[in-house]
Design a protein around this ligand. Sequence first.
Ligand code: SAH
Length: 239
Amino acid sequence: MGNELVRSSFMECNFEGSIDTNEGLVEQLKQYGAIQSNKVAEVMKTINRALFVPEGSPAYVDSPMPIGYNATISAPHMHATCLELLKEHLQPGMRALDIGSGTGYLTAGFALMVGPHGHAVGVEHIPELVASSISSIKKSAAASLLEDGVLSVHVGDGRLGWPELAPYDAIHVGAAAPEIPPALLEQLKPGGRMVIPVGSYFQDLKVVDKNADGSISVHSATSVRYVPLTSRGTQLQGN
Ligand code: SAH
């Protein structure tokens, strides 16, 4: 049995010893403890990360990758962490908002979780990233949800949220804000949860719960390093 284990992890690796299948990546994230539930494992197995990283980037390495425009696709363990933190708020029929949707990887995952009776909305301020995220989603397991309008990705300033489909059960912010944008708090449903990196150089991944009476509870899940949630002009000037 020990040999089988060694053999199966060997088979998921290429000659440099790094993982080269989506399934292998999910297994590794489970071993790290970044993936803790079958639900998150299933979603991450179903959405092939290779469709979302730029051509030529190693898809299954656990690190962020540049995607152009001074943006990055988050590391797989961060995607896993955010999915774990939000999973109770991504049940079938629920509404999810993904701010700074970038490659669209998480928006696609959210859509699979909320299913055909829910809504998953991505907001990203770089039009070229919105266009490429839509073409990646069309190749992914979430393609039919895009076609049916369950999943949509829009060009916009994510600091304003997406009021058309508010309130949301789950809000994910993929870029670090100096403080929690008031519009996002407003668009969170009572009983809903937002996960948002807050800070500038030193950042905390904040978990913001809106209680049934509308009051807010906030705790920090972990220290993180994300690109800033800012204006398009500032982002494109930065490096
Ligand atoms: N979850 C995405 C993260 C992409 S990086 C992924 O893993 O692919 C963060 C994204 O936030 C970038 O694409 C950046 O362009 C976007 N962003 C930064 N400020 C924004 C704003 N004010 N409104 C919308 N998107 C923003």
